[in-house]
Design a protein around this ligand. Structure first.
Ligand code: SF4
Length: 684
């Protein structure tokens, strides 16, 4: 009997885009252990601290276990019927009074592909609006834009395993040792095993920088300049891959002309890197047989995030490092399913499989499949939604699994917007800062309590199986979305995520051959998946996904970083911690993890600490034009000069780094420029 209560279930980690799969051993609701699976292609190594120990939150007594309705300043338990009636009544009223575009929907890159598919279907087919987005807007949308510009498809060009065989890996503005730990272990092994070279470009001397052969520390917001300067130098030396460019790339002459100003002198002057560093970087690239570039928010969360991402792709194309194993572009996805949320249509401009929402043929297809007319108005992205609330155009929002009140930039402005909403539905596992602004809170089940699929950073679709039953009255998000849709007049009858997945794949060329059977257990598929089930570990082996099958060099120019008044004399940088997932809404509820890192802090350089009389533990107030935070200092040479670093962990209101960041954004994708801010600091 005792044995029968012990169960082993396969799931997929929800703490980063590496997408490690593992078995969870449970006895009733108790998690006994997490057992990594060495056959699972994405990990093959182990799990990191979050994957191994980060799951006790599922039994936290802080879980939301029943629907809650606000009355005055307090929330009261309600039945599902009461909550759904209340939602339907208010959404119908707001739609009737203000039109369908007065309501917006934000899906979650922590929920499954099936749930994302249903959320955009609800917005479009039931509520008649393209106002649907997800948090990839906050992170890798610029990388997706760059890949679509230059190569055609918005996914990593190869597989995580490619990073083990590359001659040289370049990491720009990313810290996989903390944000994608298993991937960083893979790189460390490749360094030891076959002498893989590593170049790291970052403001902060992070763990990867300590392991690098070349560490570049350019001035904040100047990555595009050194990338372009190094590319120009390679071309000037005649060491570009002329054969590859001739056969597989367009736009070379125009691109070369665009590089004219990026001489070594100019590049060195703007970036602060020495000419010797720039030449050594170029030499290492020229001498490598295969080069892969990984990048993350240190690149994308800038005014010119899309253009800097494009400069990375240009460098790869000029040197022939695309379309073969061991090479390519790897924007590292932060959330576990940030790739899948976009893949399955949670973006205003795209239906599932990146089919344009403005394309008449796409609309006609979905009108037939879904049996209803579909909206033609362009939708708002989540950044525009906040402005639209302030302007009175957007009256209601249905938001799933995102603590937008602390993770969006300029958090004060976002919170003020939420206060103005006529009606706000928040669906989450825990009561978050965002939930505190809601009219209705719906209790969602976390990944361990549901089935479905996730898509990791390398376009790999994997199944997760239900480890535990939903706690209390919480439900998997797909069931809740279906209940809301039906209460609003739909007639959906999905009985399992499998049925949703089949419908989604039947209408998208990208996933044509993906089925639950082909994803059984530890099997996985990397899109595009052909109708016969053949998947694609490497994109572009034969041709790129642009007109004529060729890649396209895309000239870009440098956008000067934000300028702020002189009194803001310090540069603010921010990012993830190894122990916590993002803002900490889940991991702060894991006692073991929370005990280790209970609160945020600010990293201060030794020289700045000396100047200001700061030691470890000194309490400081940091102020930007947008807000202020109060944090304890950690003195470390990871940061230098007048740069400071604050983790994204936002366990307490006055520690939330996004109280300091602005609403300025990448000009193409609206991704906030989180990494471009100047602040001042006073000792308390
Ligand atoms: Fe989870 Fe990422 Fe760690 Fe793998 S590397 S166990 S996916 S957090």
């Amino acid at each position: 009997l005792r044995e029968a209560r012990i169960k082993k279930t396969k799931t997929v980690c929800t703490y980063c885009g590496v997408g490690c799969s593992f078995d969870v051993w449970t006895k009733d609701r108790k998690i006994l252990k997490v057992e990594p699976n060495m056959e699972a292609p994405a990990n093959q190594i182990s799990t990191c601290v979050k994957g191994k120990f980060g799951w006790d939150f599922v039994n936290s007594n802080e879980r939301i276990v029943e629907p809650l309705i606000r009355r005055g300043d307090a929330f009261y338990p309600a039945t599902w019927d009461e909550a759904l009636d209340y939602i339907a009544e208010n959404l119908k009223r707001i739609k009737d009074e203000n039109g369908p575009d007065a309501i917006a929907y934000i899906s979650s890159s922590k929920t499954t592909n099936e749930e994302n598919y249903l959320m955009q279907k609800l917005a479009r087919s039931v509520m008649f609006t393209n106002n649907i987005d997800n948090c990839s807007r906050y992170c890798q949308a610029p990388a997706t834009e760059a890949l679509r510009r230059t190569m055609g498809l918005g996914g990593d060009t190869g597989s995580i395993t490619d990073l083990s065989i590359s001659d040289l890996v370049i990491i720009v503005g990313a810290n996989p040792a903390e944000a994608h730990p298993v991937l960083s272990t893979r790189l460390r092994r490749a360094q030891k095993k076959h002498g893989q070279k590593l170049i790291v470009a970052d403001l902060r001397k992070n763990i990867m920088a300590e392991r690098a052969d070349i560490f570049l520390r350019p001035r904040q917001g100047t990555d595009l300049v050194w990338l372009s300067g190094v590319t120009k130098y390679i071309i000037d030396q005649g060491r570009h891959d002329a054969e590859f460019i001739k056969n597989r790339v367009t736009g070379f002459e125009q691109y070369v002309a665009s590089l004219e100003k990026y001489t070594l002198d100019y590049t060195s002057e703007v970036t602060g890197l020495s000419k010797e560093q720039l030449i050594a970087t170029a030499e290492m690239i020229m001498n490598a047989k295969s080069v892969a570039v990984c990048w993350a928010m240190g690149v994308t969360q800038h005014l010119g995030g899309s253009d800097t991402s494009t400069a990375i792709c240009n460098l790869l194309l000029v040197t022939g490092n695309a379309g073969r194993p061991g090479t390519g572009a790897y924007p590292l996805r932060g959330h576990n399913n940030v790739q899948g949320a976009g893949d399955f249509g949670c973006a205003p401009a795209f239906y599932p499989g990146y089919q344009a929402s403005a394309d008449k043929d796409v609309l006609a297809k979905y009108e037939q499949v879904w049996g209803t007319p579909l909206p033609t108005n362009p939708g708002l992205n989540n950044h525009q939604m906040v402005d639209a609330i302030h302007e009175g155009r957007l009256k209601a929002m249905y938001l799933i699994g995102e603590d937008m009140a602390v993770v969006d930039s300029n958090a004060n402005y976002v919170q003020q917007a939420f206060e103005k909403l006529d009606f706000f539905i928040v669906q989450d596992v825990f009561f978050s800062k965002t939930a505190s602004f809601a009219n209705v809170i719906l209790p969602a089940s976390p990944s361990l309590e549901k089935e479905g699929t996730f898509t990791n950073t390398e376009r790999r679709i994997q199944r997760l199986y239900q480890v535990l039953p939903p706690l209390g009255q919480s439900k998997p998000d797909w069931q809740i979305i279906q209940m809301v849709a039906n209460r609003l007049g739909a007639n959906w009858n999905y009985t399992s995520p499998k049925e949703i997945f089949e419908e989604a794949c039947a209408t998208t060329e990208l996933f044509a051959g993906a089925t639950y059977e082909r994803l059984e257990g530890y099997k996985s598929l990397q899109w595009p998946v052909l109708p016969d089930g053949t998947d694609t570990p490497h994109l572009y082996l034969d041709e790129f996904a642009l007109e004529g099958g060729k890649a396209r060099l895309w000239p870009v120019d440098w956008t000067h970083p934000l300028t702020l008044p002189e009194e803001y004399d310090l540069e603010l940088n921010n990012g993830r911690l190894l122990e916590h997932f993002h803002e900490g809404n889940l991991t702060a509820r894991v006692p073991g993890i929370n005990k280790k890192v209970p609160s945020s802090f600010v990293e201060v350089s030794p020289e700045l600490a000396r100047e200001r009389g700061i030691v470890d533990g000194t309490l400081v107030r940091i102020t930007s034009p947008y807000g202020r935070v109060k944090l304890r200092a950690v003195v470390t040479d990871r940061v230098h000069g007048k740069q400071i670093y604050i983790p994204q962990l936002s366990a307490k209101d006055d520690e939330t780094v996004n109280m300091l960041t602005s609403s300025d954004h990448d000009t193409i994708t609206f991704t906030p420029a989180y990494k471009e801010m100047r602040v001042k600091m006073e000792v308390l």
